[in-house]
Write a protein that binds this ligand. Structure first.
Ligand SMILES: [Zn+2]
Ligand SMILES: [Zn+2]
Length: 212
């Protein structure tokens, strides 16, 4: 009995040593720890799953839209489920994002479907993504302007690395209604000498700004 126990412990130690060696090799090869790699691949998997839901929702929404006699201005994902056009499990983002169906009312077609967490796999999504990003920029600029007017201390400049604390401060004091996030994974920054203009690393700054 005693010997058996000893063997098990020895075995466990060996397994532990082997795992440590393997993960060290992976770390050295990728410059990332095994945990980061696992986390990243899980994130990639959920995004893939979400985007496959989006494609399904899009094609179902198109059918539903055609079947309706009166073209609505908006369609909710819930509606597709309730009317039997979409399986319930395809209506939920694995990361609890919210799906929105956009309709081109003028041209009468389902324009795009997107997720609040994972954006959209469609090319035409890029227009919407930029629009949402610029509306974030607008909100950030207004918030900073008002904050600097009302508070004793001015808000520090936005840089890629400290945005979270700046946005949290603006949000907690009620200058922002939500923490802004670019759905294209762009980062917001501004240069104080340039009139407090906020830019996105992916989308640049709203062109309307250059006109005034
Ligand atoms: Zn999603
Ligand atoms: Zn952006």
């Amino acid at each position: 009995m005693q010997i058996k126990k000893k063997h098990i412990i020895q075995g466990l130690i060996e397994v532990f040593i082997i795992l440590t060696i393997i993960s060290t090799f992976i770390y050295m090869a990728n410059g990332e720890s095994i945990f980061v790699i696992i986390k990243k691949s899980r994130k990639y998997k959920t995004k893939k799953e979400c985007h496959s839901n989006i494609s399904e929702i899009y094609s179902r929404a198109e059918i539903y839209y055609m079947d309706l006699k009166e073209m609505p201005k908006e369609i909710e994902v819930e509606e597709l489920v309730n009317k039997g056009y979409l399986e319930k499990k395809r209506s939920k983002c694995p990361s609890k994002g919210t799906y929105s169906i956009e309709i081109n009312v003028e041209k009468k077609y389902v324009d795009t479907v997107w997720c609040s967490e994972h954006a959209s796999p469609f090319d035409r999504w890029s227009v919407k993504e930029k629009e949402l990003c610029f509306s974030n920029i607008d909100a950030i600029e207004k918030a900073i302007e008002l904050y600097n007017k009302e508070q004793k201390e001015k808000i520090p400049p936005l840089a890629h690395y400290n945005n979270t604390s700046v946005f949290t401060e603006l949000y907690q004091k009620g200058y922002l209604t939500e923490i802004p996030r670019c759905l294209g994974n762009g980062e917001y920054s501004n240069i104080l000498s340039e009139n407090n203009t906020v830019k996105c690393s992916k989308h640049g700054e709203p062109s309307a700004k250059t006109n005034d």
